[in-house]
Design a protein around this ligand. Structure first.
Ligand SMILES: *Cc1c(COP(=O)(O)O)cnc(C)c1O
Length: 236
């Protein structure tokens, strides 16, 4: 066992224990929760290690980095993870993302949906998509995300894009605020969307610092980086 492998294995164990404890406290089953390990800025060798340690879902947030690493991963191992694109996405990167992502978490405008549809058709693939919600009390148009009252409108319009399957909602807790009421708002938005679109069952919420609050408010998919892989290399 290399030191890096030990470090990742310990981070995974600690995180899985936190998830189990939070699920138990919320009266939920940890089996209903999907852990997505966010690997941005970390090398492909870490992805290989994660897969060896049983991780099935990985997250990336920068297109070029993700495209390169996933091509390397296909060379390195035959076992391929489910790939989640979790970062803000520009329209000119949508076709590339549509060629390798299984789930895109950050759809927040119709023009982006149209670009993903085009890319998915070209790649002969279907994509699962989540609508990103801005949970800030004072939404910031530069940070991305729909306001809670915009979500249902875009959810209804997605049927115009047959290669995109609406699967739910995603959010990042507002910076410096209590994540609990924010994730409670997300759950209300998710329930509203699900009433009109029964297949939209995913609530993607919770990161290294707030996964307990997310689990107690109904999150189904957790996006965890630092708690498993340590601080991101270029940020050290
Ligand atoms: C980087 C990132 C994460 C993981 O954050 P950590 O704090 O390292 O756990 C989760 N979600 C998104 C959208 C990210 O960009």
């Amino acid at each position: 066992m290399s030191p890096r492998r030990d470090e990742i294995a310990e981070g995974l164990d600690r995180t899985r224990a936190r998830i189990r404890a939070a699920a138990e406290a919320a009266g939920r089953s940890a089996d209903d929760l999907t852990l997505i390990v966010v690997t941005k800025f970390h090398p492909v060798s870490d992805l290989v290690t994660l897969i060896e340690l049983g991780v099935t879902d990985i997250g990336e947030s920068r297109d070029q980095e993700a495209a390169t690493k996933l091509a390397e991963l296909r060379e390195a191992t035959s076992e391929q993870p489910t790939v989640h694109f979790v970062g803000q996405l520009q329209r000119n990167k949508a076709a590339s993302v549509a060629s390798y992502a299984d789930v895109v978490h950050s759809v927040d405008r119709e023009r982006l949906a149209a670009a993903l549809e085009k890319g998915a058709v070209r790649a002969g693939r279907r994509l699962e998509v989540l609508l990103q919600v801005d949970l800030d009390e004072r939404p910031d148009p530069h940070r991305g995300g729909l306001t809670p009252h915009e979500v249902s409108g875009l959810a209804d319009r997605l049927h115009a894009y047959p290669s995109l399957m609406l699967r739910g909602v995603m959010a990042v807790a507002p910076l410096g605020a209590d994540p609990d009421p924010a994730f409670a708002r997300l759950r209300e938005v998710a329930e509203r969307v699900r009433r009109a679109h029964p297949e939209a069952t995913i609530i993607s919420a919770g990161m290294s610092d707030d996964l307990e609050a997310a689990i107690s408010n109904g999150a189904t998919h957790l996006r965890v980086g630092t708690a498993i892989l340590g601080s991101r290399p270029s940020h050290r």
